[in-house]
Every structure is written in C-alpha cells, then in structure tokens.
Design a protein around this ligand. Structure first.
Ligand code: DGJ
Length: 729
C-alpha cells in the first residue's frame, strides 16, 4: 500500500498490493482527471491515458473547443452546467439561482491512517495500516471548496472514496446533488452486475449489458431497500469466479442512493455512486460543510471470487466494530414464525424449556410484546410491556428464561408510530407527513420524524429503558416500512429536501448511542427481512436479518447474492418449519440446517411442536454449527456452482486462512434421472497439501482437486444437501 504524488507528471498514484489508481492534475487551470484504475502498474507517467494530447486538446491549447474537452475529458469529479454534458457529480443552486459549478485542483495532503466521516459509518484503519489522500478542489467563482478523499489499506485491495464540500462564500447555497464518487474509464464490453429483489426475494444477482446512455439502480425509499441494492459491478465479457476483470462499487449508506453507469458517444463509461438527488436539497450557509458517505471500490482481475473475498476481509477487518464480530454467535430461537403475535409468557417459557433441551442458547421475543399489539395494526411507539401477555412483567420473564439456562433477546421497531397508538394520539405531528395531506400508510404505520431531537430521544429512551429493566443481551432492530410524504414539521421550508438524509443520520446516531450505552449488546438489524442489509448498518451491528424468506431453496439465491459482497458472519439465517410459511415448500430438516450454516445460524419455529425426529436433529445441527463456527465466520468464501444459474444445484466452500481445512456445502435442488456424479472443481486449497475428506479414507492433493475436481454423487431426492469437510493430512 502506498500513496504518492509524482510531481513531474502531476499525478497522484494510489497503490494497493495488486491494484493502482491514478489521478492527474491537468493544464493551467488544474482540471482533475482520472488516468487509470486497474491492475497494478509502475510509477511511470501515464498522463497520456487521459488523452490530453489528442484533439480537442486541453483548453490552454484549444479554448475554442473547451466544451469538447470538458465533455470528453476523463474527469475525477464532474461539474455541472459548464460544458460536460455527462452525469454531474455535484450540482448546486447559487444565490442567483444559477447551477454552474466546476471544482478545480487546489492542493493535497497525504496522511497516515484514515479519518472518520462526521455522523456517518465508514471503514477505519483497524489493526493494519491505512493511508489517505485528500485532494482539495475549489470553484473560485462560487467560493465552494471541496475535498476528495481516498484511502488504501495495507491488507486490502479496496480503495475507499468520499467527498466533503464547504461553502466558503458569504452567501447560502443549495447543494442539489453530491455523488460520493465519479469514475470515468474506457468501456471494454462490460456488463453491469446488480443485486435486484423484492420482499422475501432480496439480492438476486442480475446482469445487464451496458448500452449507450444511462443505466442505473437506485433507491428513493429512505432505506437501501429490498428492491435494488447499493452495489454495482462492471464485469468483463468472459469474467468467471476465478478469471477476468471486475470493478465493484459498494455504498456505505443506508438511505436513498443512485448507482449509475453511463456510456457516451466515444464508448467511455462514467460510473457515479452517491445519495440519490431526488428529494435531496441541502442548504449550506456560509461556512457550512456537507460530508458524503463513502464508496468502497474493489478491482479484481482474478474474477468475481477475488472481489468477494476482498469485500469480506475489508468489512471484517475495517468496518464491523462489534465485539461479537469474531466471536461465535449464540444460537438463538426466535418466536416470530413460531407464534406471530399469539403468545404469552407460558408459551415462551415452553419454547425456552424445549429449546434448552435441544442445546439452543437464547430466546428472542419478537413483535407483539408491547402496547395492545395483537396484530400489526397498532401500538408502535407504545413500548410498554403488555402484561396481559407477559404476566408479571418483562423482568420476570427474562429471569425465568435465564433460570432455564437461556439468554434473552428482544425485538423493537423504534423508528415507527402506529396511527392507533397512545403516542400518535398525543403527538400526531411526530409522524413524517406533508401538511394538509393524509400520509400514505404502509403496514398500517407511519415513520417517526427522527430528525427532531425530542422524537429521537423519546424513541431511544424507550429502547434503553426496556434494556435497563432486565437482563437483555440481544436486540433485533426492525424497520417495516419505507418513507413517503417527505416533510418535517421542524425544518424550514427551504430545508425540506434535507429530511431524507437527516433521517438516516438520526437513525445512525440512535444506533451509535445504543451500542455505546450497551457495549455488550448483540445488535441485529432488520428491515422487513433484508431491506436495510447494507455496509452502513454493519458499522453498528455485526449481523443483519437477511430475508423473511426462510425457505432453504429460496435462501440459496438470496444468500448467494448477499455473500457476493458480505461475509457469512453477517447473514442472519435460521431454520424454520415446513411447509415453509412463505412458499409452502417442504425441504428436509437437514438441508434447512445446512443452508442456515452459511450465516449466523438459529431457529425460527415452535420447537415444542416439532416431530421427535426433527427435535432430535437439533443438538447435532448445533454441534455442527459450533464445529465450523470459526471457519465459516473467518474463512475465505468460494462460490463453485450456482443453482440460480444451472437450476439444479448449488455449491460453495469456506477455506480457512491457513488452508488447513475447508467446508464444502452442496445442495441438490433437483435430482436428475440416469445421470452420473457431478464434478466440482475445488478452489482455494493449497496446491501442495493433501486433504482427506473427513469420515472417509479418500485423500487428494489441492492441485488435483482444483484442476481435476471432486466427484459428488447425487443424493437421492430433491432438496438434498451434504457438507464435505476437507482436512489437511
Ligand atoms: C419483519 C421481520 O423481518 C420479521 O422477522 C419479524 O420481526 C416481523 N417484521 C415482525 O413484525
């Protein structure tokens, strides 16, 4: 890892172990250009890559065709309305109502470490070293200053980017748009990979050929969303898991986003990623600053798998702060699919007692324990225990569960308010709503205006007071609707466009308070399943509920898309009953367990109602979970076959960092008649080591398994699965 300024060529060069990123200062005015991003290169002068010596040449040579220069120059951070017609990275409205802005080079700093981003989650230096380049830019006409920040890490091929804008003029300006990154490059027939979905179908991998014009994914829903994900990758034509080029871009933010690729008339691409400009307008008074969230860029020329492992390691080593990150997580049982709203303390204690017999370690009480909430129509905001259900109160229940030998966890949805709640009757203005317009209901609830400090304090204190009242060791923080009717009673009318971003900042502030005040709490985020499964939330919680779809087969595609970027230790995954509550499918209990192993592992069922056979299988499953816990949570992930591509089977593997063992999970979704065994090439092993398949006397060298493959005999029946443990001899 290194960052340097090559004075003669006026180039900034950022090197990671295997990649380089080069920025150039160009011409007399100091245009900031993008020279190169890709596999590592030497410290040569690569300013020619910006094509500044070709027509139309730079403005000091040919100002007559300035707009041709600006519209084709590979810029590092595009301005608006001054000659570059491609997507702008920044847009403002100045005191005269004009929108022109162009940020030119002013100076730079190279610093050890990595500064945080005010109010926002961000990667940090951690236990290895980081270095940061800060390039100052300015629009002298407006008096707007900016800082483009880039960080590299000693142990990673990721590069992070963010932007800070300061109004150094004497007048207020409105920031109408601020992307966190802009990257111009030549097209090489790339496809765009994105993660598309819906409730219960989150993060399915999808490809789109990049065509002329703009193609984007985005959210304007106030959260990163089930529907589209703050991640895109440019993937080479022939890229596989192990070969070929990939550029990945992931946004460390949990609100509205835009991720866009634009192909222009000369086959150049512009990639931008940042807060979505819809419903966004931030007023910056003289001296005010605005901080953009961060983008994590990963380049790999060893295929998608290498990109995946770079993201996994970066997030484990430089983003997730929780003390639970590297600890084996407690095996929990959650009562949502077991009881929905229909439970009381007797029912919960029955579940706890049987769970204990099976080796489960924590009971989580989900939605329905407060107010008079017997369905999802009421009581959000009234965070008082419903003593008709929890007789004797919460402390008694928690003590009783602890006495059985289980830890206790609880569900909250702190950001919400039900129209049918005492809170709403007392403070109807606390809900986000547009004056004189009936707000749009979703799941019969509204969103609290957390940008108001008194609302935020109320919501936070409700959670904190409950946590202080009993020995609660885990919180599931849920969010079950997206934002509409964007307007706040406490923001001036020219600041209403700040609400969406301020909301996200407020939610982050609440979570920061929670983990500061309760440092031993295990926090799991959730949003109607996986609608806020994004890197921003990992700064606060080490795990996120991945999807409300707990069907083992549906989970294969959901978990494949999720694990493309996020470590398995973050993926909330539970075993539930069959027929599955979402799709009605019947799968073997063993397969449900094997699929949930590629995640945090737990149960989401009424264990008192299980068949004797399934109940008897739980201790063995938990033993398996504990056996592979560290390997799965800390190892390197390899994707070997994808059911969503081949429609037949899924196969993935986790290899320990020292390559002494590997766990392969094979799931046969559909059996085929009259077919021989399946050959799977096993990646990630040490070529020279011999590996024994545990429980057999078969042993093969890593090189053989990599190139010749392992034969997997098809199990009898659909939805069957197996774990194959390779151990170094
Ligand atoms: C959505 C979550 O994803 C579920 O697990 C459950 O907690 C419900 N909300 C409760 O309302």
């Amino acid at each position: 890892m290194n960052i340097k300024y090559l004075e003669k060529s006026r180039l900034f060069k950022l090197d990671t172990n295997n990649t380089s990123y080069v920025i150039g200062v160009v011409d007399e005015e100091g245009f900031l250009g993008h020279a190169y991003y890709g596999a590592r290169i030497a410290d040569d002068d690569v300013s020619y890559l910006m094509r500044i010596y070709e027509n139309p040449k730079v403005p000091s040579v040919n100002n007559r065709d300035r707009s041709s220069f600006l519209d084709t120059f590979p810029t590092e951070f595009s301005g608006n309305n001054v000659g570059d017609y491609r997507e702008s990275a920044i847009a403002v409205t100045d005191k005269n109502g004009a929108s022109g802005i162009q940020l030119l080079y002013k100076g730079y700093r190279i610093i050890d470490g990595k500064p945080g981003i005010k109010g926002l989650p961000a990667t940090f230096e951690g236990e290895s070293k980081a270095m940061t380049l800060e390039i100052d830019v300015v629009d002298a006409t407006l008096g707007i200053e900016g800082t483009l920040s880039y960080s590299t890490f000693e142990d990673s091929d990721a590069i992070t980017r963010s932007v800070r804008i300061k109004n150094s003029s004497e007048d207020a300006i409105y920031l109408d748009k601020l992307m966190s990154m802009c990257l111009d490059m030549d097209d090489n027939n790339y496809k765009m990979l994105m993660l598309h979905g819906s409730w219960a179908r989150e993060r399915h991998i999808e490809y789109r050929q990049i065509g002329y014009g703009k193609q984007s994914v985005s959210s304007t829903r106030g959260e990163s969303s089930h529907q589209e994900h703050p991640f895109i990758a440019l993937v080479g034509e022939n890229t596989t898991q192990n070969t070929g080029e990939v550029y990945g871009f992931n946004f460390v933010y949990s609100g509205n986003f835009l991720a866009q690729v634009e192909k222009n008339q000369f086959d150049s691409l512009r990639v931008v990623m940042g807060i979505h400009p819809d419903n966004f307008r931030f007023k910056l008074n003289a001296g005010d600053e605005f901080y953009s969230p961060e983008v994590v860029m990963v380049y790999s020329n060893n295929g998608l798998g290498q990109m995946t492992r770079t993201y996994h390691d970066l997030y484990r080593n430089h983003l997730i702060r929780s003390p639970y990150l590297k600890k084996p997580r407690t095996v929990l049982i959650n009562n949502w699919e077991a009881t929905y709203f229909d439970f009381d303390n007797d029912k919960l204690l029955d579940i706890a007692r049987t769970a204990k017999e099976c080796g489960i370690e924590m009971l989580v009480m989900d939605d329905g324990w407060f107010g008079y909430r017997n369905d999802d129509n009421s009581s959000l905001g009234d965070w008082q225990v419903n003593e008709n259900k929890i007789k004797g109160g919460l402390k008694k229940l928690v003590d009783d569960v602890n006495a059985i030998g289980l830890k206790f966890g609880i569900w909250f949805e702190p950001e919400m308010i039900s129209p049918d709640s005492d809170l709403y009757r007392a403070h109807p203005d606390w809900a986000i709503a547009i004056p004189n317009r009936i707000p749009c209901r979703s799941r019969n609830q509204y969103v609290l205006d957390l940008t108001r400090p008194e609302v935020r304090d109320y919501a936070y204190n409700c959670v904190a007071n409950i946590l202080k009242s009993a020995n609660i060791e885990y919180v599931k923080w849920d969010m079950n609707r997206q934002l509409t009717d964007i307007s706040s009673a406490c923001l001036d009318k020219d600041r209403q466009g700040e609400l969406m971003h301020r909301y996200v900042l407020a939610m982050y502030e609440m979570q920061e308070r929670l983990i500061t005040d309760f440092p031993n709490l295990l926090l799991e985020n959730c949003s109607g399943g996986g609608a806020r499964f994004d890197p921003g939330m990992f700064y606060y919680s080490p795990q996120i509920w991945c999807s409300d779809d707990t069907d083992a087969i549906e989970r294969l595609s959901i978990q494949e898309g999720t694990a493309l970027i996020y470590p398995l230790s973050t993926i909330g995954a539970h075993v539930s009953v069959c027929p599955n509550h979402t799709v009605g499918r019947n799968t073997p209990f063993e397969t449900r367990g094997n699929v949930a192993l590629a995640g945090t592992f737990g149960y989401e069922l009424d264990v008192t109602k299980l068949s004797a056979e399934d109940k008897a299988a739980i201790p063995k499953q938990i033993g398996t979970y504990h056996k592979y816990n560290q390997l799965i949570r800390l190892g390197d992930y390899y994707r070997m076959a994808s059911y969503s591509k081949n429609n037949l089977y899924d196969c993935y593997e986790v290899v320990s960092k020292d390559k002494s063992e590997a766990l392969i999970t094979f799931v046969q979704v559909l059996n085929q008649p009259n077919m021989h065994s399946i050959n799977i090439k096993i990646d990630g092993l040490d070529d020279n080591k011999m590996y024994r398949i545990e429980g057999t006397d078969e042993a093969y060298r890593g090189l053989t398994l990599k190139n010749a493959g392992l034969l997997i005999e098809r199990p009898w029946g659909d939805f069957q699965s197996m774990l194959i443990h390779l151990v170094e001899e």
